[in-house]
Design a protein around this ligand. Structure first.
Ligand code: PEP
Length: 265
């Protein structure tokens, strides 16, 4: 299927707790070289461990199109929060985007939707664009509650959606992350429609005309084998990719598929 309104796609490689300075340098050089030949409408981001953020930024080519992204950020501006980093610190070294509320982070830090929203707002206040992850757990999926869970999670992001600074939303069913399982294509499409409608309702209520400007990404066991079908779905504006992004050849294959889709427009 092809979306006639497709304008751009965003692919985010999430390297989680993987890699070294050396492996990251080689990865960035290879991805940079490949990106140079791909559609201008394709945005590529790479979420690396905090300790590698500065190195990753300086390892990029001079005309690199690769955005280096943080995997998380504190909900606090400053204070006695040993081990955390603030969004102002990210902005201070030139990082423009951060994941917020990734399911692994939510579980590890026991974050609820309120904490995720506060983190996203804190990032926006520092000029850092949050990529907010939402998604149902397996129990909710099995019980048929996916749409109500998503509507509630989007509602918890009301202030983030209404803020002046942009945001992205990634729909990541928690049970699909790292499991090799994905929802059916019509389920992904249905979930994205529900999220888009919930954003639209918020924007309508707040008298804002920016609902279609908030990109929606899908994440959860995306691979070179399924990326084309997923990106071709209505409302899917990109993908957040973990395991399959670790090998640069696999990431380049997915970026090439996205670029081909854009160029067929
Ligand atoms: C992720 O890390 O956000 C993710 C979706 O991982 P995976 O692609 O491995 O499921």
């Amino acid at each position: 299927m092809h979306r006639p309104d497709m304008r751009s796609l965003t692919l985010i490689a999430n390297h989680k707790l993987h890699g070294s300075r050396e492996s990251l340098t080689a990865y960035i050089h290879a991805l940079d070289a490949a990106c140079a030949t791909l559609s201008d409408q394709l945005q590529i981001m790479l979420a690396v461990p905090h300790v590698f953020l500065s190195h990753a930024m300086s390892a990029r080519a001079a005309a690199s199109r690769l955005h280096i992204t943080s995997q998380d950020v504190s909900q606090h501006a400053h204070g006695a929060y040993t081990g955390e980093i603030s969004s102002a610190m990210l902005a201070g070294i030139g990082v423009t985007h951060t994941l917020v509320g990734h399911s692994e982070t939510r579980s590890r830090l026991a974050l609820d939707d309120g904490a995720v929203a506060r983190t996203a707002l804190q990032a926006q206040a520092s000029g850092v664009t949050p990529i907010v992850c939402i998604g149902e757990n397996l129990g909710d999926y099995d019980a048929g509650n996916t749409h109500s869970v998503l509507s509630k999670q989007v509602e918890s992001l009301r202030e983030v959606i209404a803020a002046q600074h942009p945001c992205l939303i990634a729909y990541e069913p928690r049970w699909a992350i790292g499991s090799g399982k994905t929802p059916l294509m019509q389920e992904i499409a249905g979930a994205h429609s529900v999220i888009r409608r919930a954003i639209h309702n918020i924007c309508d209520g707040e008298k804002l005309a920016r609902d279609s400007a908030i990109p929606l990404l899908y994440g959860g066991s995306v691979t070179p084998a399924n990326v084309h079908e997923i990106l071709a779905l209505p409302e899917v504006g990109g993908a957040l990719i973990g395991s399959a992004s670790l090998e640069v050849s696999s990431m380049i294959a997915m970026a090439s598929a996205a670029s081909a889709l854009l160029e067929r427009k």
